[in-house]
Design a protein around this ligand. Structure first.
Ligand SMILES: C[S@@+](CC[C@H](N)C(=O)[O-])C[C@H]1O[C@@H](n2cnc3c(N)ncnc32)[C@H](O)[C@@H]1O
Length: 347
């Protein structure tokens, strides 16, 4: 029987159920019961290659857990605990090409205290990693386990960067969508290889890239009014290795001239009205967009939309109720904002 790892995955608050679905779908029979920690993360026993967890698309980060008892974090220096910690560090280093993880840092309350300095010195001596408190590649979070037994836990991040930091994002575009939210929206549309997919107002193509990395399409198109956005989209699509599967079009999304009833899946990250666009512009834009989207959507098409202008979008949907049937919504916390995701179906 292979070893079961104690794993914790962070998500953006609001996306716990979506991550749970991804875990069950990708690792059926390999994940134990998924416990919601109440801290925007899921904890579970996992049997299988840890490298597979690095491929999760809706998790913010994945960690290997190590529980230990004692009154202070220095209990980690006890023989047995230290051996278990070093073993996990080794396992994580082996997930990456040599030289990827050479430094470590702590994420912990009181990480500047003498307790953590001692821990750092000992770990440097035993692991061969250098302690870099600001930029250490291997993040080791240490915290009380929050249970009545007064124990502690170390959480070692499996990847040098959060999973939400995608390697394909070579062009940063103001207002770009968090890739884990994009992956969740794509998941909602239940992708199929025969989809004709359109990303309206695609910006730097976060949704388009996440869609193409997940599954083939019969057709994939990104539309944006800004040439600068499309330059960023082109760079990201190329870095993701999917440039040949997508077409980009510089156009007003409400006046595309594209075929009627052509697209089976639509996605849009609408201008929120603060960083991108304005509320006044949006009150004209949103209704026009919903009509144009309905014109190009095939009967039964799925449309995943995200917006921060929830009241305006709800009113727009109410007016467009003959065209679009809302099927699901979820709300996510992200960097001080609380946008809402909608899954709509073309009537
Ligand atoms: C919130 S940003 C999208 C960001 C994108 N999801 C990304 O990850 O980079 C909204 C985009 O809508 C585009 N846009 C605004 N009004 C538009 C219109 N009428 N037609 C097409 N694109 C428009 C902007 O140029 C901007 O790129």
């Amino acid at each position: 029987m292979p070893e079961a790892w104690d794993v914790e995955c962070d998500v953006l608050p609001g996306m716990e159920a979506i991550l749970a679905r991804e875990l069950r779908r990708c690792f059926r029979g390999r994940v134990g019961q998924l416990a919601d920690t109440g801290r925007a993360s899921l904890r579970f026993a996992y049997q299988g290659p840890l490298s597979d967890l690095i491929g999760l698309r809706t998790a913010h980060a994945a960690y290997l857990g190590l529980a230990f008892s004692g009154r202070r974090p220095t209990a980690l220096l006890g023989n047995q605990n230290l051996r278990a910690l070093l073993e996990r560090i080794q396992v994580i280093r082996q997930l990456h090409p040599p030289g990827t993880l050479c430094t470590f840092r702590f994420g912990a309350a009181g990480r500047d205290t003498s307790t953590f300095r001692r821990l750092a010195t000992e770990l440097e001596a035993q692991s061969g990693l250098r302690h870099d408190p600001d930029d250490g590649e291997l993040l080791i979070r240490i915290r009380p386990n929050g249970r009545p037994d007064d124990g502690w836990e170390a959480l070692l991040r499996l990847s040098p960067r959060p999973l939400s930091t995608r390697a394909w994002r070579v062009a940063n575009y103001p207002g770009a969508l968090n890739a884990t939210i994009a992956a969740a929206m794509i998941d909602l549309t239940q992708p199929r290889p025969d989809d004709r997919f359109i990303n309206l107002m695609c910006g730097s193509a976060t949704l388009l890239v996440e869609r193409l990395l997940l599954c083939r399409t019969a057709e994939a198109l990104g539309v944006d009014i800004s040439g600068e956005a499309l330059d960023a989209a082109r760079a990201n699509l190329a870095a993701a290795g999917v440039a040949r599967s997508a077409r980009l079009m510089e156009s007003d999304a409400v006046l595309t001239g594209l075929d009627m009833a052509r697209y089976t899946v639509l996605c849009a990250d609408l201008p929120y009205g603060n960083l991108v666009g304005s509320h006044r512009e949006n009150s004209v834009l949103y209704p026009m967009l919903m009509e144009e989207a309905a014109r190009m959507a095939a009967p039964g098409a799925r449309f995943a939309v995200i917006t921060h202008e929830i009241r305006l979008f709800d009113a727009t949907l109410d007016d467009a109720r003959k065209l679009w049937q809302p099927e699901r919504t979820f709300r996510v916390f992200q960097g001080g904002q609380r946008p809402q995701v909608y899954l709509l179906r073309r009537k």
